[in-house]
Design a protein around this ligand. Structure first.
Ligand SMILES: [Zn+2]
Ligand SMILES: [Zn+2]
Length: 441
């Protein structure tokens, strides 16, 4: 590997490389002091620091606690960037190997994305769950790669990154993407096409001509300013920024409606059926009873019909208390949460249709597709079920063309604003989909 391909676009610390090239390297201190006030140049943190007797320089050094998981940087740390010529790209870099066809809604989004990439501008793709937002990127990425631009797709969560990687590898076999997340094997691989968690962007500096942020509404991106800084730092000063989401937050929704934000809306799914609309059902104090009677009856009836279900709980403890009661209906019923060591196996078993009902916390709210399922939420009024989470969860139902309907039930102990807004948003999308001829009736 050449120095250019190792360093290009990255901003690294001593611990991250073996040898430093004699030329084409610029440096800056990792921690900048302004009137004695520290600011981290890697993550822009100004408040979260500590100091320690430093093994490297022997002084008392200030270090950044905010980005410490990327390797500790102190007041004596230097950041290195490559300023030499960029690596050359494969001559077929932009050749697209894809034979699918785009829906009418996807076509509009695809050409708007390509135009934004060509003009280095910002664009938001607001596509309902199941619209097929990844395909909308292919043409724009192809044209960027063919003129020697470097492209990054960043997502808040590593499972989204791992799911995107094989799809992009198939579509761009001449430039297989470098896939970056904590502990990924590609860490030092160069590619003009990068798929990364947003955290990995801390290691980049003015690297990308095109930066695509997927699931822009997802935690932790929306709450973490230093991740938003990482996105800005990783893109070149003149570059395109593309956002993808199924559920933009309220401020962006209103900017789109007022025409203040460039956006393409895809209100309908690829299979041209309307989005299933959630129903609400009061279930009393579900925390007290663990599983309310009407919930048990509903689940029992569904299981007897052979209908598979995904049931969301707001918290692990209430879910774990409920599990034995569900197991009385069918012993194969399982539960899953973020720290569950069998998480991947259980999700795979659900995909193979070996589990009739899977209970889950919000970790399965997005990024998963199980064909032919119905969906319920227990305690839909809980604060973790934001408007965006409710729309995402409802988006799990009816995704496949073979089973485009699906039932969605919000079991609640008092209706919330978020529930009503989520239902309104789904109805509004269906209305627009019909109005624009994207839904068959
Ligand atoms: Zn930092
Ligand atoms: Zn030091």
């Amino acid at each position: 590997m050449t120095h250019a391909s190792f360093f290009a676009g990255r901003e690294l610390i001593d611990e991250e490389f073996k040898t430093l090239p004699d030329e084409h390297i610029a440096t800056r201190p990792a921690i900048h002091f302004d009137g004695g006030q520290p600011r981290c140049n890697r993550c822009n943190n100004t408040t979260n620091f500590a100091s320690h007797p430093c093994a490297r320089c022997g002084n008392i050094c200030t270090y950044c606690r905010n980005c410490i998981e990327m390797g500790k940087i102190s007041s004596c740390t230097t950041l290195y960037t490559w300023i030499g010529p960029p690596p050359e790209h494969h001559e077929n870099a932009g050749t697209l190997h894809w034979t699918g066809t785009l829906s009418a809604g996807q076509k509009t989004a695809s050409s708007n994305v390509e135009r934004a990439i060509c003009h280095s501008s910002e664009h938001l793709v607001w596509a309902v769950a199941g619209a097929g937002k990844t395909e909308v990127l292919f043409q724009g990425i192809a044209s960027a790669l063919s003129v020697g631009k470097r492209v990054c797709i960043a997502a808040p969560r590593s499972d989204v990154v791992r799911e995107l990687a094989p799809r992009l590898t198939t579509v761009f076999p001449d430039t297989p993407p470098a896939v970056l997340y904590g502990g990924s094997p590609d860490r030092n691989t160069y590619s003009p096409l990068v798929i990364a968690t947003i955290h990995q962007l801390y290691r980049y500096y003015h690297a990308f001509d095109v930066l695509i942020v997927d699931e822009v509404d997802a935690y932790p991106y929306t709450f973490d300013r230093s991740l938003q800084f990482a996105v800005q730092k990783a893109r070149k000063p003149e570059s395109a920024l593309i956002y993808l989401t199924a559920t933009p937050h309220a401020e962006w929704q209103s900017e789109v409606k007022k025409g203040k934000r460039e956006a393409t809306l895809i209100p309908a799914r690829y299979h041209r059926h309307p989005l299933p609309v959630p129903k609400t059902e009061w279930c009393g104090n579900w925390k007290k009873t663990n599983v309310p009677k009407n919930v048990l009856l509903w689940v029992k009836a569904k299981v007897e019909e052979g209908q598979r279900l995904l049931i969301f709980y707001p918290h692990i403890d209430t879910m774990e208390k409920a599990l034995p009661l569900f197991k009385e209906i069918d012993l194969r019923i399982e539960s899953v949460h973020a720290a569950d060591p069998l998480r991947k196996e259980k999700v795979a078993a659900m995909r193979r249709q070996e589990i009739p009902v899977l209970l889950s916390t919000t970790i399965l709210e997005r990024g998963v597709t199980f064909p032919g399922i119905d969906v319920a939420m227990i305690g839909a009024e809980d604060a973790v079920f934001t408007e965006s989470a409710l729309v995402q969860i409802a988006g799990r139902a009816g995704r496949s063309a073979d089973y485009p309907t699906g039932e969605i039930l919000f079991f609640h102990y008092g209706k919330t604003d978020a529930m009503m807004k989520a239902i309104r948003q789904i109805n509004e999308m269906n209305r627009l989909g019909i109005e624009r001829g994207l839904i068959d009736r």
